[in-house]
Design a protein around this ligand. Structure first.
Ligand code: PNS
Length: 166
């Protein structure tokens, strides 16, 4: 039984993340999407909101579970009894950080392997940060994030009065 973790901030989940979730869920028997609660950062969405959005957009994927975590990813992997960490690679610019992270994690616990899936070309340019930027100027984000998530982003930006066009 292969249990894998796909960790991230998911602030918010994009179609690029969805592509990795779908493909990783095809490989693993069980895929845990680990949502980082990073107290040092101020995300647009709280960890509860990010978990809710991910749960909604993965509700038809029977072997996918959404779980928030704090602290070290490698400790979370151990708690979940997961042997594999999955990360997406979009472009060469991701590589250095991902290599550093995977090697550090391997030093911390060599029983857990990191595997990389290359993001589909359709989404290789996409990031949560650019989605938030486009949305903050009132741009159309429907091609970048699932419909449910697009609604939540628009709502959040309106709520915070952060539409830079207004
Ligand atoms: O979506 P992101 O922000 O690229 O995800 C980064 C994440 C959550 C995978 C990474 O920041 C992480 O694992 N954070 C937990 C703390 C930790 O274990 N750091 C790695 C040691 S090198």
């Amino acid at each position: 039984m292969l249990r894998a973790i796909y960790p991230g901030s998911f602030d918010p989940v994009t179609k690029g993340h969805m592509d990795i979730i779908e493909r990783a869920a095809d490989i693993a028997d069980e895929l845990i999407v680990g949502v980082l609660q990073n107290k040092a950062k101020t995300p647009l969405f709280s960890v509860e909101e990010r978990v809710t959005m991910l749960s909604e957009v993965t509700k038809n994927m029977k072997n996918v579970k959404i779980v928030p975590f704090e602290g070290l990813l490698i400790d979370f992997a151990q708690q979940m009894d997961a042997k594999v960490i999955v990360r997406g690679l979009r472009a060469i610019t991701d590589f250095e950080y991902e290599l550093q992270m995977s090697q550090t994690n391997r030093k911390l616990n060599s029983d857990v392997e990191t595997i990389f899936l290359t993001t589909s070309l359709d989404y290789s340019y996409l990031s949560s940060t650019t989605v938030k930027e486009v949305a903050s100027f009132g741009g159309d984000i429907s091609q970048f994030v699932p419909k449910f998530v697009a609604g939540k982003i628009t709502e959040k930006i309106r709520e915070r009065g952060e539409n830079k066009n207004e």
